[in-house]
Design a protein around this ligand. Sequence first.
Ligand code: ADP
Ligand code: MG
Length: 356
Amino acid sequence: MIKIEHLVKSYGANTAVDDISFEVARGEIVGLLGPNGAGKSTTMNILAGYLSSTAGRVTVDGLNVLDEPLEVKRRIGYLPEQPPLYLDMTVEEYLIFVYNLKGCTLNRTKHLAEICEVVKLTDVYHRLIKNLSKGFRQRVGIAQALIGNPPVIIFDEPTVGLDPKQIIEVRNLIRTLGRDHTVILSTHILQEVQAVCDRIIIINKGKIVADELTENINRVAANTCRYQLKICGPQREVLAMLRDRADVAYAEVLAARDGDAYIYHVESQRGVDIRKSLFFAFSAKGWPIVGMETLGLNLEDIFISVVDKTNAEGDPKKTAKSRRQRTNTAEKDIAQSILDATAAKQEQIAPMEGDE
Ligand code: ADP
Ligand code: MG
């Protein structure tokens, strides 16, 4: 449905989008994730036809954004980072204004009523936009994007500035829309893409550093090899014993205690279940394990690690520093495998024909 090939956008010497390529299939919900300044809004603005590109090709439903801007715009509902609302209009006036602007031919009353039902604006339909809360204004922004029933929806940071309840509502709404639309949303919040998107594309410094199905990332993270143990016994010796084991990749002791037990976080080598052997080993020592709990991996850490690793690239000082730290935690391993898989995929993207 959407195909972006070797997209570049430069502002003078600053390259905001640096050779980005990806495709989005019909019906997919894709999240662009990345720190501020990564190039998310720039990419979305180009996709929506609001910004020209320096190089590369963007097609929507087979139509080139440059050649057929109006046809492309007709297929896209766009919620920019700053929705272009007219505060002195009522919700109704504004939506009618957008309806006319888009040259929409659907039955107006029925169409607008349906949209307001979906985004829950019916109660404030006759209110002035300037008197609405941030959450309701955002819904007005979403409503304008839905006018004309575009098959593609692009939302730039749709939940910024909303309260937790509104965030959940907007996420639910996006998921609902995802059933019969192709959706691209951007966010700098990992939980957001995890909660809503089928696929996560991580952008950093204008480049794609990760492109992976959410379920794959979740599966790897759930297939955990990290445990919290409570062990009664001399702290230093217990820790040394844990670290000496070949099947333990990582062990640390926490500052907290539980009665006379110290609390340890232990990571096994990937795919090894160490629980039984730990039980017998410590039992033989006379140091009882009084608590054992499986810990999930932290997706946030995977995300941070992905971004950190790409930031450190080409910076020998930073790379050296991160090597000196204990690097064999599962999050970093997973981040690296995501980076490697993405790099391999990106390498397979063909150069653009007909150029240069
Ligand atoms: P994101 O949406 O991921 O936060 P943006 O796409 O807004 O990032 O910005 C990417 C980079 O491009 C940033 O470094 C930003 O400063 C720069 N940038 C964005 N718009 C302009 C502009 N109009 N002129 C110059 N630089 C810009
Ligand atoms: Mg942005």
